[in-house]
Write a protein that binds this ligand. Structure first.
Ligand code: FAD
Length: 302
């Protein structure tokens, strides 16, 4: 059996595996796609200490860094269940069962898509999901934000500081964001809000040049010329495979304390799959390190 088994090979998992292996304990990492969301990212400018890198390059260097240590890497495999017995058992979709004294869950998250024509085609060519990451690319340009919940309105306020014009598209008749965010939004001169509208298409040629939406009651269609579309309709944690074995919050994020403990002794969680408030590479790496040090502490006490 492993002493620490990490499930998930994104920034959080890679960091946890390196911190665990550096303690000289038997470490394994199982990942469906090594690199995680980083693989889907083009330019990265906010990994502190690295002025600029690109997703596939960072994913590769994460893997090289892990391989520098004695870590069993099990790739291309999905975990489908976790059970606490004498040891903690992680069952894979191929039927294999991995056993470990401690487990660190770092299965990350995925952005919800609007699923309209153009979204896939122009992904990273004007279609973006992370305002902290990609907002500065739209300096002086026109952007739309799809989604009027807290994350959509926070994104719109954030983008209004860099973009020339921000248009918010909300599917429901009212915005769902907190009142203070809405008040802030309404005070900004370069923001327009459309409610009760449905996005039909993100248009472009090589890159985004506009968005088409219809009013859900009148059916009236509108097209706006713009350069960027931020999709902000939610981030979903990849935690369904855990069922009820570990406590999760209302939106499926694993609940952790400041030591990255879950409610199950010996089971830790790190990164975007947890209820940490902000989801970023540097935060996930820190979280993975924290979880590994906590797991090590747990092992020397048990
Ligand atoms: P993830 O990166 O999601 O990794 C999860 C890992 O778990 C993957 O290896 C996955 O294959 C694996 N996995 C999932 N389910 C299972 C399972 N059942 N069994 C086994 N393995 C499983 N952040 C920044 O800081 N700067 C940026 O510029 C930036 N740009 C971004 C651009 C895009 C398009 C996206 C999508 C995200 C961006 N982010 C950026 C956010 C950043 O990528 C995430 O915060 C970070 O990758 C989270 O790391 P993680 O390790 O927690 O999860």
């Amino acid at each position: 059996p492993f002493e620490i088994l990490v499930v998930g090979g994104g920034p959080a998992g890679a960091s946890a595996a390196i911190y665990a292996a550096r303690k000289g304990i038997r470490t394994g990492i199982v990942a469906e796609r090594f690199g995680g969301q980083v693989l889907d990212t083009l330019g990265i400018e906010n990994l502190i200490g690295t002025k600029y890198t690109e997703g596939p390059k960072l994913a590769q260097s994460l893997e090289e860094h892990v391989k520098n240590y004695e870590v069993d890497i099990i790739r291309g495999q999905r975990a489908k269940g976790l059970a606490k017995k004498d040891l903690i058992e992680v069952e894979l979709e191929n039927g294999a069962v991995l056993k470990s004294k401690a487990v660190i869950i770092s299965t990350g998250a995925r952005w919800r898509k609007v699923n309209v024509p153009g979204e896939e085609e122009f992904n990273t060519k004007g279609v973006a999901y992370c305002p902290h990451c990609d907002g500065p690319l739209f300096k002086g340009k026109r952007v739309a934000v799809i989604g009027g919940g807290n994350s959509g309105i926070e994104a719109a306020i954030d983008l209004a500081g860099v973009a020339e014009q921000v248009t918010v598209l909300e599917f429901m008749p009212e915005l769902k964001a907190d009142a203070v965010l809405q008040a802030h939004l309404n005070s900004l001169p370069n923001v327009t809000v459309y409610k009760n509208v449905q996005t039909k298409e993100i248009t472009g040629a090589g890159k985004v040049d506009g968005i088409t939406f219809t009013h859900r009651e009148t059916g009236e269609e509108k097209h706006l010329n713009l350069e960027g579309v931020f999709v902000q309709i939610g981030l979903t944690a990849n935690t369904d495979w855990l069922g009820d074995t570990v406590n999760r919050n209302r939106i499926g994020e694993i609940v952790v304390d400041s030591h990255n403990n879950t409610n199950v002794p010996g089971v830790f969680a790190a990164g975007d799959c947890t209820d940490s408030p902000y989801k970023q590479i540097i935060i996930s790496m820190g979280s993975g390190a924290n979880a590994a040090l906590s797991a090590f502490d747990y092992l020397i006490r048990n």
